[in-house]
Ligand binder design. Structure first.
Ligand code: NAI
Length: 286
């Protein structure tokens, strides 16, 4: 039987989530997607109208099929957590069952189990502010959307992840080295995500024989990255300084993700795997 993957954090065909979905689909996995509620409408409409058809093409010429798109807001664990202003917000009112707990219940009802969970989402409302100018609210919001969201997804999905399954998130070197401009507590959030990768690898490994890894990816011109504002500079810096002087494609991260999610990586857990043309290994710019 083919594997079934749930990928949280796809809202267009430019980000890492989309590329990971494609690599997993090319390897024969069935694809389920969790899309941020405010972005759901445009994503589904674009999918339906064929806007992504060109980027749905897999290496064998067939088109990636997305079996189902679930609305998701990974900042809320259950309906009790949702404040009134969100509940009544136009962009949310049209969808239902989008808290983490409800999404997992829906996936369980629809499909029973999954084999692969991918977390490809992050958000920090004050990302463009230096950490020194970040408010408590902004810092905690970054951690909630970018770090606890993985804890929550894993916690709720774990009972329906088949033993031997694999989970994955995406992180950034700003967690361990100074990257001016990656602010708002986002660097802190990635540090938490990486540390949690180790602790959760232990807990999910012992409890359920499920692996937990994270990919530290190099810079990609995604929607989220463009919002931060310094992505072109980061891409140029990498081109100039990394051991491999080529632009990083999302597919390269997708392929590494497919490896980590596969039995080829059956002994790899608790790892931060760099997919960044080797930039992390440099000690100085050249
Ligand atoms: P992206 O914009 O394609 O993906 C981010 C997704 O998160 C979007 O689809 C957005 O709708 C979703 N999202 C935001 N808040 C959410 C919430 N509360 N609930 C559910 N979904 C929510 O951008 P990208 O860059 O592909 O990001 C994917 C992951 O890759 C993130 O964890 C990011 O930090 C990481 N990453 C990105 C790098 C880059 O240069 N683009 C470098 C290293 C890591």
């Amino acid at each position: 039987r083919g594997k079934r993957a749930f990928i949280a954090g796809i809202a267009d065909d430019n980000g890492y989530g989309w590329a990971i979905a494609k690599s997993l689909a090319a390897a024969g996995a069935e694809i389920l997607v969790g899309t941020w509620v405010p972005a759901l409408n445009i994503f589904e409409t674009s999918l339906r109208r064929g806007k992504f058809d060109e980027s749905r093409v897999l290496p064998d010429g067939s088109l990636m099929e997305i079996t189902k798109v679930y609305p998701l807001d990974a900042v809320f664990d259950s309906p009790e957590d949702v404040p009134e202003d969100i509940k009544t917000n136009k962009r949310y009112a049209g969808s239902s069952n989008w808290t983490v707990k409800e999404v997992v219940e829906c996936v369980k009802q629809d499909f029973g189990t999954i084999d692969i969970l991918v977390h490809s989402l992050a958000n920090g409302p004050e990302v463009s502010k230096p950490l020194l100018e970040t408010s408590r609210y902004g810092y905690l919001a970054a951690i909630s959307a970018s770090s606890y969201s993985f804890v929550s997804l894993l916690r709720h999905f774990l009972p329906i992840i088949n033993p031997g399954g694999a989970t994955l998130s995406l992180t950034y070197i700003a967690s361990e080295r100074i990257i001016p401009g990656y602010g708002g507590g986002m660097s802190s959030a990635k540090a938490a995500l990486e540390s949690d990768t180790k602790v959760l690898a232990f807990e999910a490994g012992r409890k359920h024989n499920v692996r937990v890894n994270t990919i530290s990816a190099g810079p990609l011109r995604s929607r989220a990255a463009k919002a931060i504002g310094f992505i072109d500079m980061m891409i140029d810096y990498s081109l100039e300084n990394a051991p491999l002087q080529k632009e990083l494609t999302a597919d390269e991260v997708g392929n590494a993700a497919a490896f980590l999610a596969s039995p080829l990586a059956s002994a790899v857990t608790g790892a931060v795997v760099y997919v960044d043309n080797g930039l992390n290994a440099m000690g100085v710019g050249v």
